[in-house]
Design a protein around this ligand. Structure first.
Ligand code: MG
Ligand code: ZN
Length: 383
């Protein structure tokens, strides 16, 4: 019996190790995955959720890619029953289907939340006819308010791309990178340096960004100290590493973006993405999911700390879709351990949760559609 357990443990370890290399590797659905507990539990803080304003000046949209309720509760269990997300008292659910498919991808899901339209899977900021649709970020920028994007993937990857680029396919990374130059975005931090510099067309977009007045910085420790001006933070050649290697990059990037955007006295829009919860789901790797979920929750903590001091700030946390068909079959809130099961190595069509904190939060309750999100933000910000 012991030998058999050891065999399964070794096999599971090998599968997990291999899958960690590439998020596109799909896990074996229907196998049980064990999370053995988190060594470093972090303390959460409670924030008062009373606001005098009815409308926000600043809106921060936080997207956990692939983050369904099971992913959230896996994180909550691993952190022994507490998350920063617990501070959100206004909650609801979001339908995520795309124009052509019950199950969306991150491009169509991102476009829905950025541009307010249903479109085909793989579309970046374009409708079903491949026509560009203005995003909430672009509308905010037109009003001369501040704008920012932060991601743990490449900044050219589907989710952040949907907020700033207009391309018929998510794989057009170099075209997506070039679209950043067409905007006046104040700060963006994520991977994807190579999409700006090693290009088929020979352009060096890092130089072009510098000519436009951006500081282009690759080192997160320098990004941390960046206090004034326009910032292009490109922290990896393509995607950032998973959290064990990239450390607190997401918290640092989020804090830097807030430092810069809070100088915009008339308000700002910031999108922050925890990209790799999705990749843990694709790999059917519960440890990967928990680590990325907790990293994303710590970034939520950074944002809540800001929102508590700047009470004109609305924070919205949601997902583009669920990944993995994750269920939690057993768990222990004292030990922080889990036994999980996946039903797929792909996305699923279940509703995802939405959480809101700050003035206007009550508009993000009940069952809404992903396309409602930018429409509601637009109304609340008087765009
Ligand atoms: Mg994403
Ligand atoms: Zn995915």
């Amino acid at each position: 019996m012991k030998k058999i357990n050891l065999f399964f443990a070794l096999t599971a370890f090998l599968i997990v190790s291999l899958n960690a290399q590439d998020y596109k590797v799909k896990g074996n659905a229907d196998s049980l995955a064990t999370y053995h507990g988190n060594k470093e539990i972090y303390a959460i803080k409670n924030y008062d959720d009373h606001f005098s304003n009815e409308k926000p000046t600043n809106v921060i949209l936080m997207i956990g890619d692939g983050m369904g309720t099971a992913q959230i509760y896996a994180g909550k269990t691993a952190n022994k029953g507490a998350l920063f997300l617990d501070n959100f008292k206004k909650t609801g659910f979001v339908s995520t289907y795309s124009s052509e498919d019950y199950v969306t991808d991150s491009a169509a899901g991102g476009t829905a939340m950025a541009c307010g339209v249903k479109t085909y899977n793989a579309a970046i900021g374009v409708d079903n006819n491949k026509k560009p649709v203005k995003s909430i970020l672009e509308k905010v920028a037109e009003k001369k308010l501040g704008t920012g994007l932060v991601s743990t993937s490449a900044i050219t990857h589907a989710t952040p791309a949907a907020f700033i680029a207009h391309q018929p396919h998510r794989n057009m990374y170099e075209e997506i990178a070039a679209d950043f130059l067409k905007t006046n975005i104040d700060v963006f931090i994520g991977g994807g340096y190579d999409h700006f510099t090693k290009r088929k067309d020979g352009r060096n977009l890092a130089n072009e960004l510098a000519q436009k007045g951006y500081s282009v910085i690759q080192d997160i420790n320098q990004i941390k100290d960046f206090k004034v001006g326009k910032l292009a933070g490109l922290t990896a050649p393509e995607h950032n590493e998973r959290v064990g290697l990239r450390k607190n990059m997401l918290e640092t990037a989020t804090q830097t973006a807030l430092n810069l955007l809070s100088q915009k006295k008339n308000g700002f829009f910031l999108m922050v993405e925890g990209s790799q919860i999705d990749w843990g789901g694709h790999a059917n790797d519960i440890t990967y999911i928990v680590e990325e979920m907790l990293d994303f929750d710590k970034a939520i903590g950074v944002v809540l700390e800001f929102a508590a001091k700047h009470k004109n700030t609305l924070v919205i946390v949601t997902a583009d879709h669920e990944t993995g068909g994750l269920t939690l079959n057993k768990g222990d809130l004292i030990e922080g351990t889990l036994i999980a099961k996946f039903t797929t190595g792909s996305h699923t069509g279940v509703m995802v949760p939405i959480f809101a904190f700050g003035p206007g939060a009550e508009h993000f309750t009940g069952i809404i559609d992903n396309t409602d999100i930018p429409k509601k933000i637009e109304k609340l910000m008087n765009l």
